[in-house]
Design a protein around this ligand. Structure first.
Ligand code: CMC
Length: 430
């Protein structure tokens, strides 16, 4: 029960009336403010919070993030430990079910996901219909929606077994789609997944297999890719996850909800930042001096991409782990020549008042692009990699949302600032 001290007393100075609003989990319910009004006809007080700067849209048990202290945990487990000891598919199952699986459960899950990797022939044709220079994220967005058209049973949200199948299907197929989009852009034939191989190994093989079938990915690269996918797997209520939850709250099928997440991730302020970082580094490498670039950033002409975060006001813990993964990858591929430039930009930024005062630190995207590039991927594919990694997080959050009795269709309020009622003006009188 809420004690007297677990409440907020609000006095409406318009009327002198005081209201007591319960505080629970350091939060007040926005709807508790509706009782505050000056007359019965009024709607009642609302909160105005563009971009949800201070509004919790759900109660979630999936991911904990403490941005001030640089802490990230999936289901209670620190990201550092998961990146060190776990695999991407184990983390996916952890996010979905809440517990680390037994050996047998993990093996069964890995088998199910890999078995779900092949995509239907008509989806291959669908991808082939795109121009070769179409952006892979635009193709991925369309391909996931197209996949949903193949699963009319997915609309039945009450059947847990059906929904589990869709979840496995999406995690399995999104990697195959990612590899196919790359091959399509390059004009190469698709390489089908091999159910005897693991997830990340399959992905690299589908990307780079040659016509003699002689490509075998280096185990260090397979491991580094797995770590990158783990780091991207969830990040609580970020822009794309909120999009998945918001669209999913209409009780649409999960493929459509995930397509909404992909659309949100595509933007340069979200998942598209890793691609933007590489383009920025290339521009500086190509002639613009780093000093001139940084001055432009501080004058507000542009942003240092891969820096800053809505929640992290400290070093993003994922950025630290990625720096370590860089070493593992570069030991195999040779050092990405842009690493030096990125490191110098980071040092300059972290010593500069502009960045210090605003608490702007490198985020996950500052270094991830360097690794993806070393793995042989073009910049346009980087956000696709993010989407493959983020799929389990979207699905875990979506699943939590559809089972949350407190959730309803997402529908924010507005403060109307438009014109008052006025009469239609005939064309010849305008
Ligand atoms: N470079 C230069 N200045 C920046 C940057 C940046 N990267 N990020 C924020 N600022 C400044 C901003 O101009 C503002 O300054 P002032 O107070 O003088 O107006 C202040 O810092 C606060 O910025 P904000 O835009 O109010 O912060 P936000 O929480 O709305 O934005 C962000 C967060 C991630 C969109 C932003 O930091 C940004 O645009 N970063 C670059 C893009 C990027 O790397 N995105 C990837 C995010 S991590 C992966 C993911 O989860 O998607």
């Amino acid at each position: 029960m809420t004690s007297k001290s677990d409440s907020l007393t609000i006095t409406d100075n318009r009327t002198g009336t005081s209201y007591e609003v319960p505080i629970s989990e350091e939060t007040i319910r926005a709807t508790d403010l509706r009782q505050i009004k000056t007359s019965d006809e009024e709607f009642g007080l609302m909160t105005y919070d563009p971009a949800y700067m201070n509004t919790a849209s759900c109660r979630s048990a999936v991911t904990y993030l403490d941005g001030d202290n640089g802490v990230l945990r999936y289901r209670g487990y620190p990201i550092e430990q998961l990146a060190d000891k776990s695999s991407f598919l184990e983390v996916a199952l952890l996010l979905l079910d809440g517990e680390l699986p037994s050996k047998a459960a993990l093996e069964a899950w890995e088998k199910d996901v890999v078995a779900a990797m092949p995509v239907p022939d008509h989806i291959e044709k669908f991808i082939e219909a795109f121009p070769r220079d179409a952006h892979p994220m635009a193709m991925l967005l369309a391909a996931i929606a197209a996949l949903g058209a193949n699963h009319p049973e997915a609309v039945d949200l009450t059947d847990d077994a059906v929904q589990r199948t869709q979840i496995i299907n999406i995690i399995g197929k999104i990697a195959t789609l990612g590899a196919y989009l790359y091959r399509h852009s390059k004009g190469l034939p698709f390489v089908k997944p091999d159910t005897s191989k693991g997830y990340s190994e399959n992905f690299l093989t589908m990307l780079y297999q040659d016509d003699k079938g002689s490509y075998t990915p280096d185990p260090h690269l397979v491991h580094a890719l797995d770590v990158l996918l783990i780091l991207h797997a969830d990040h609580e209520q970020n822009c794309s996850t909120s999009a998945v939850r918001s669209v999913g709250s209409s009780q649409v099928d999960v493929y459509s909800a995930v397509a909404a997440g992909i659309a949100a991730l595509y933007g340069p302020l979200h998942g598209g930042a890793n691609e933007a970082v590489l383009k920025m580094l290339r521009r500086i490498e190509g002639g613009q001096s780093a000093e001139e670039f940084m001055n432009g950033v501080k004058e507000g002409k542009e942003r240092l991409m891969g820096f800053g975060h809505r929640v992290y006001k400290n070093y993003d813990p994922r950025a630290r782990i990625i720096k370590k993964a860089c070493d593992e990858v570069f030991a195999v591929t040779g050092v990405n020549p842009l690493l030096d430039l990125a490191t110098k930009l980071e040092e300059t930024a972290l010593a500069d008042d502009y960045f210090v005062q605003r608490k702007l630190y490198p985020n996950v995207d500052f270094y991830s692009g360097l690794i993806y590039e070393a793995l042989g991927l073009p910049a346009e594919m980087f956000t696709v990699m993010f989407a493959i990694g983020r799929a389990p997080g979207w699905l875990a959050q979506w699943y939590e949302m559809i089972h949350d009795k407190e959730q309803k269709i997402s529908r924010p309020r507005q403060i109307f600032i438009g014109s008052d009622e006025r009469d239609y003006v005939e064309m010849d009188a305008r």
